[in-house]
Design a protein around this ligand. Structure first.
Ligand SMILES: C[S@@+](CC[C@H](N)C(=O)[O-])C[C@H]1O[C@@H](n2cnc3c(N)ncnc32)[C@H](O)[C@@H]1O
Length: 448
């Protein structure tokens, strides 16, 4: 039996889905953060469970040739990124391997997986940041949570969102201090400001700042807005959101516009898009264009086709496909996203697309369309509702293009489809989230 705090020299022979190195001592698996396959290292056992243990990487004895010094000073304490210690070639290879292995393990499917489509510059790519604010030792801190914790790492500069986001966060801290605005203290469960969301379109040069507060009030709001807009002229809107949830920092349901309007303009594949603060929008615009192109290429659309864009968000995929087909029908559970989608059709003069607000599993069975030739499915991380997949099967849709941000739930859904006569034809991973172990995939699935 392994002892907590005991020291061992181990060889790492594998990696977990979240990029921990896996070593074995007498067949007993040990998971170690930041260790890489092929490395030998001295580790300290930190926690022993019934079937596995966790360890801390004390000293690398034999280093992987794919190891890289992280460019971020916060990397080893921050929960934002977890594979910045791998060079980019390794990150892409790791993701491809993960897709192949998960499809086999969960979906029972053995298929050749295409190379992961990577970025030229895998840093500063995000167009959205959720930044919790808090108090530590009487000082305002803002950044990311430490892994599996609510302790905030006070970030000076983050390397996955644009550099000026960190400047906005720093300046918000100064303003809150200057105007004596209290920041939420999780231990005491008191304080006004919970955090900020920053969203931008680099193509359009527009930034949106959402200040999240406990009760929807913010003192000196005019002074704060004036100062922010003067210092950061790309800020076109400031929203105040109310979040009373005591747990992990997230947006609340209610909000009001303090400055500008609740819209960010974006351009993708030559189309104009409007996104409200509450609507989902892909976080890596450069990769999104490549991913949508691949999804549309896989769909092999014909002029007379009727196409469904399930989980359509602001309608981006459906609208990008609309020029190649007869009809597009999109649906999403988010009211704000559907409002954006309808407006996006209008501003792009697209008249053959309609958007419906509702759950995919409720809307699809009611469509009653005489034929649906292809369906784009792009669900959240939890994947599709089983009844939705049953309707897809019952509707006899020949081509499914499944876009997924969670290869485990995709593999589960794929195994359901495979048991009903569908075949996974091809799959390409896209690196939408460099420096993190998250993976996006596009798959073509056809009825045999
Ligand atoms: C990964 S996003 C995809 C959005 C869009 N396809 C895009 O590329 O921007 C998932 C979307 O599913 C929506 N959603 C979540 N659960 C849903 C459900 N049960 N039915 C319909 N839409 C749902 C969310 O509001 C979100 O817009």
């Amino acid at each position: 039996m392994l002892e907590q705090n005991s020291i061992h020299t181990v060889d790492f022979t594998d990696m977990t889905h979240d990029a921990m190195g896996v070593a074995k001592i007498d067949g007993f698996p040990i998971f170690v953060k930041n260790a890489m396959k092929g490395e030998k290292a001295r580790i300290r056992i930190t926690k022993v469970n019934k079937n596995f243990a966790f360890g801390h990487l004390d000293k690398i004895i034999q280093e992987s040739p794919f190891r890289k010094a992280p460019i971020c000073e916060h990397y080893y304490e921050c929960g934002g990124c977890n594979i910045m210690h791998m060079n980019y070639e390794m990150q892409l290879g790791f993701k491809r391997h993960r897709v192949k292995e998960t499809l086999k393990r969960i979906g029972g499917i053995d298929i050749e997986v295409a190379n992961t489509v990577g970025m030229n510059n895998p840093y500063y790519y995000r167009n959205k940041a959720m930044v919790p604010f808090g108090m530590a030792n009487g000082k305002i801190v803002a950044g990311f949570y430490k892994p599996k914790s609510h302790e905030i790492v006070d970030i000076r500069r983050c390397h996955i969102f644009p550099k000026y986001y960190s400047d906005i966060v720093r300046h918000l801290k100064i303003l809150f201090q200057q105007y004596k605005i209290s920041v939420y203290d999780e231990e005491k469960q008191e304080g006004l400001v919970r955090g900020a969301m920053i969203r931008s379109s680099e193509k359009k040069g527009e930034t949106m700042v959402v200040i999240v507060t406990e009760n929807g009030k913010i003192p000196a709001k005019n002074e704060i807005i004036e100062d922010l807009v003067e210092r950061f002229p790309t800020i076109k809107s400031v929203i105040l959101n109310i979040a009373q949830d005591k747990g992990t920092f997230r947006l609340g349901r209610k909000s009001k516009v303090l400055y500008g309007e609740d819209l960010l303009h974006e351009e993708l594949l030559g189309l104009e898009f409007r996104v409200s603060h509450a609507s989902f929008f892909q976080v890596n615009p450069e990769q999104t264009e490549t991913l949508y192109k691949k999804a549309i290429e896989y769909a092999d659309l014909k002029k007379n086709d009727v196409v469904v864009d399930a989980y359509c968000g602001i309608g981006a995929i459906g609208l990008a496909a609309a020029g190649s087909v007869d009809t597009v029908i999109g649906f999403d559970v988010s009211k704000s996203a559907i409002k954006n989608a309808a407006k996006n059709a209008e501003v792009n003069h697209i008249t053959n697309a309609q958007f419906i607000n509702g759950k995919a599993e409720d809307v699809l069975p009611k469509l009653n369309h005489k034929k649906i030739d292809a369906i784009f499915i792009d669900p959240p991380r939890k994947g599709c509702d089983k009844s939705f997949l049953q309707t897809v099967v019952a509707t006899n849709i020949k081509t499914i293009i499944y876009i997924s941000c969670n290869v485990s739930t995709f593999s589960r859904d794929m195994s359901i489809l495979a048991s009903k006569g569908y075949k996974l034809e091809k799959i390409t991973p896209f690196d939408m989230f460099p420096q993190t172990s998250h993976i996006e995939t596009v798959a073509k699935i056809t009825k045999i």
